[in-house]
Design a protein around this ligand. Structure first.
Ligand code: NDP
Ligand code: X2W
Length: 336
């Protein structure tokens, strides 16, 4: 029996990638794609890559969405909670926004503003114990894009006591689709091309999410806007807990943590992650080293922000919630 799925926020970048993945999913039928200012537009006018999908974007109406078995919410922060509250309890929901990710409501208010809507199951299946919780949930909050790239690199190091949780430094570059499709002056091609620039320095909203997911106690996080459409490259460094920790030890801890994971790949010694190698896929590529001069453990992580960082992760969670094969409809290999 095929599952009926709806996507709210389908005219956005994350929503468009969801449509692309769902159109190729063997067990899911895409029945509804909704938008806000672009409701009424034929899909191919908004997402030319999806022109062959004969769909028109409709209004974001709870009654229409509520007739699906599964709803993906790819809406701006603060919009998901009100809509989710109007959907029937039996409908499974994956929220790609941040409304339900954090446990600590005060942290949500500090970083996002407004009242916290509550906490849903955190949608990162590779965290210990999380896969079963996701499979048992009707409401799942998919992870933030930088949070995926950073957490997959960092969580096993802290769990294995390889690094000090109170001294973690992350610098991460993202492609421009990470900022959404709504027009913003700093995202004009003429501003972004030939430029690298940091933003939200010392104040990024994914810091509490990464701390919650990894157990890090102090985290310096610097995001950088990169002149490319898609991809995140996160460099995560921490102070080792012992001088016996070598690059080989770190690689072994990561390889053990992800031995059975279809989407997380610890690269062979000598290979480095490339964002382009993960493009279009739901994969994360990791490499580790120890810098003997500064005494830092370094793990570099690459994902597609619209893949494992958004739509791919959301479909992976939905597969688990529906009892389908976890990899169904999800590319493992990037297009490069
Ligand atoms: N881009 C990324 O890499 C990632 C995004 N996310 C999260 O996914 C969500 C969507 O992000 P993204 O696709 O980048 O954003 P976009 O700005 O590209 O798209 C936003 C979507 O929401 C719709 N929308 C805007 N306002 C409203 C409203 N008031 N009511 C209903 N719908 C509305 C827009 O419709 P219209 O265009 O018709 O106005 C559009 O379809 C966000 O919460 C984001 O944080 C998570 C991980 C990564
Ligand atoms: C390049 C860029 O601006 N990226 C966005 C990522 C936001 C995102 O997708 O994460 P959430 O799901 O938590 O919103 C940012 O840094 O705020």
């Amino acid at each position: 029996m095929s599952i009926k799925a709806a996507v709210a926020g389908a005219s956005g970048y994350a929503g468009g990638e969801l449509l692309r993945l769902l159109a190729g999913h063997p067990d899911i039928d895409l029945v509804t794609a909704t938008a806000h200012s672009q409701a009424g537009q034929p899909l191919g006018r908004v997402h030319p890559q999806l022109a062959a999908l004969d769909l028109t974007l409709t209004e974001t109406d709870p009654a229409t969405l509520g007739s699906a078995d599964l709803v993906f919410l790819a809406l701006p922060h603060g919009e998901s909670a009100a809509l989710a509250a109007q959907l029937p309890a039996g409908v499974k929901i994956v929220d790609l926004g941040a409304d339900h990710r954090l446990i600590d409501g005060a942290q949500w208010t500090k970083y996002y503003g407004g009242e916290h809507a509550g906490t849903w199951t955190y949608g990162l299946p590779e965290l210990p114990g999380q896969r079963l919780q996701i499979a048992d949930s009707d409401r799942v909050a998919a992870t933030g894009c930088y949070a995926v790239a950073t957490t997959l690199a960092l969580a096993p190091l802290i769990a294995a006591d390889l690094i000090e949780p109170a001294d973690v430094v992350v610098v991460a570059a993202s492609g421009t689709t990470g900022a959404g499709k709504a027009p913003k002056p700093h995202l004009l091609g003429s501003e972004v091309m030939s430029d690298l620039s940091p933003y939200k320095v010392g104040a990024h909203q994914h810091v509490p999410e990464i701390k919650q997911a990894t157990g890090a106690r102090s985290l310096s996080f610097t995001p950088v806007l990169a002149p490319m459409p898609r991809g995140i490259l996160a460099t995560v460094t921490g102070r080792p807990t012992s001088c016996d920790i070598t690059g080989a030890v770190v690689r072994e801890v990561l390889a053990d943590a992800y031995a059975n994971e279809p989407f997380v790949h610890v690269l062979a010694d000598g290979q480095q992650p490339h964002t382009s190698a993960t493009l279009g896929s739901n994969s994360c590529h990791l490499q580790a080293a120890v810098d003997l001069d500064s005494g830092r453990v370094i793990v570099v992580s690459a994902i597609d922000n619209l893949g494992k960082g958004a739509a791919g992760q959301a479909v992976q969670c939905a597969n688990l919630m529906l009892g389908l094969a976890e990899t169904a409809g999800l590319p493992i290999y990037g297009t490069r």
